[in-house]
Design a binder for this molecule. Structure first.
Ligand SMILES: Nc1ncnc2c1ncn2[C@@H]1O[C@H](COP(=O)(O)OP(=O)(O)OP(=O)(O)O)[C@@H](O)[C@H]1O
Ligand SMILES: [Mg+2]
Length: 367
């Protein structure tokens, strides 16, 4: 009997929505089908404003929550039609939602995602699990990253230490020791695609730097690199998580003198991104031998080349090598987390998020 779930993810890069239909009945989950829907430019800009400056009135916020909920439901219905699968055959949807504010520290930490799951459940007739982060926060955790548990389920190998790197808007690591009595660890290393996308958008109007070609033409600016690397986040101990609230174009621009060539700034951002990732890997697993990369950043050849330069002893491969589409892993993780929730199993790893105990994550919206 298949055990079908759908995962929906739209991440900090704001590139669009990924949805995946997964069968969890085999010992290794199988992807049945997938869909991607890019955000329309207007929606993207509204979300960018919302997530970066947080200056949107409540009416707009409510409407965006509704609009995203409808978009999530639409992509699920498209996926079902394309796969010739009925809603009744799907156990549940796991929807991450769109993060609009993630602030894991201070007196009142919070993480806010939108994309109304009432609408998803209503329009698809499928039970929907969402709001995964806040229960972990209620238990004293950062609410992030949540994917290491899924990375461990998919990639942990009892013969080899390995690290999984997801390069989304933010980059996050999962450290999977071969010794199963050593806990899994993981955290956000800092920027993934977020600054690279932001700078090319500002200077050239492209959504991203295809294969890293533009950045590869620039020269690293040592003073700027040093200044960017001085950001205290990079030195802070885990558990830690971050977002667009910290790493954004204003953060970069306040550190520019003004005379830099655009492509040199881009080259410097590549170096910052690669060094912060490589340092985080080395700090956790000094002798890391294998790095499995997923997320859209895997297609940025220049970024992968720079990471590889800073991790010369590490074999770097795309998750594709393990027969898993790198762009679907995050969405799969939320399908898997929904299954953990419905099975009354905890979804967080306290060593990763800093929570004081394992907790069952998410809110359930019945079909
Ligand atoms: N061919 C490519 N060349 C360079 N960069 C690419 C390419 N394809 C995708 N990308 C990068 O991948 C990004 C999308 O990645 P992804 O969907 O994993 O990020 P995300 O939505 O932020 O996810 P999450 O936050 O869940 O990790 C794009 O914004 C772009 O920066
Ligand atoms: Mg994405």
């Amino acid at each position: 009997m298949p055990e079908l779930y759908i995962g929906i993810m739209s991440g900090t890069s704001l590139d669009g929505i990924d949805a995946v239909l997964v069968d969890f009945s085999p010992s290794r989950p199988t992807i049945i089908n997938k869909a991607h829907r890019p955000f329309k430019q207007e929606l993207r800009e509204q979300l960018l404003q919302l997530t970066q400056s947080h200056t949107v009135d409540l009416k707009t916020l409510g409407q965006l929550d509704h609009q995203l909920g409808l978009s999530y439901a639409d992509i699920v219905n498209e996926l079902l039609t394309a796969s010739a699968v009925a809603p009744s055959e799907i156990t549940a949807i796991g929807s991450h939602g769109q993060t609009i504010y993630h602030q894991p520290d201070g007196d009142y930490p919070f993480s806010m995602q939108i994309g109304d799951a009432n609408l998803i459940a209503e329009k698809t007739a499928i039970t929907t699990v969402t709001d995964f982060r806040r229960r972990d926060m209620a238990a004293g955790g950062e609410g992030a990253p949540l994917v290491p548990a899924f990375h461990a389920a998919m990639f942990r190998d009892d013969e080899r230490d390995c690290t999984v790197l997801n390069i989304g808007g933010i980059a996050n690591l999962s450290i999977l020791p071969k010794n199963s009595s050593t806990p899994v660890s993981g955290f956000d290393s800092g920027p993934g695609n977020i600054l690279l996308d932001g700078w090319i958008q500002l200077k050239r109007g492209n959504n991203y730097d295809s294969a890293g070609k533009w950045g590869a033409t620039g020269r690293i600016i040592p003073d700027l690199l040093e200044q960017l690397l001085n950001e205290p986040y990079f030195k802070a101990a885990a558990p830690k998580s971050t977002g667009r609230e910290l790493f954004n174009i204003d953060w970069l621009q306040s550190r520019l003198s003004g005379g830099e060539r655009d492509e040199d700034v881009q080259a410097t951002l590549y170096e910052l991104t690669a060094i912060s990732i490589a340092d985080a890997v080395k700090q956790q697993q000094a002798a890391a031998k294998e790095l499995i990369v997923c997320g859209g950043g895997v297609f940025n050849l220049h970024l992968i080349e720079r990471i590889s330069h800073h991790l010369p002893d590490c074999e770097i491969s795309s998750s594709e090598k393990h027969a898993l589409d790198p762009q679907l892993i995050e969405a799969m993780a939320f399908a898997w987390l929904a299954r953990e929730t419905l099975s009354d199993r905890a979804g967080n790893i306290p060593e990763v998020t800093g929570a004081n105990r394992p907790v069952i994550l998410g809110a359930i919206y019945p079909a």
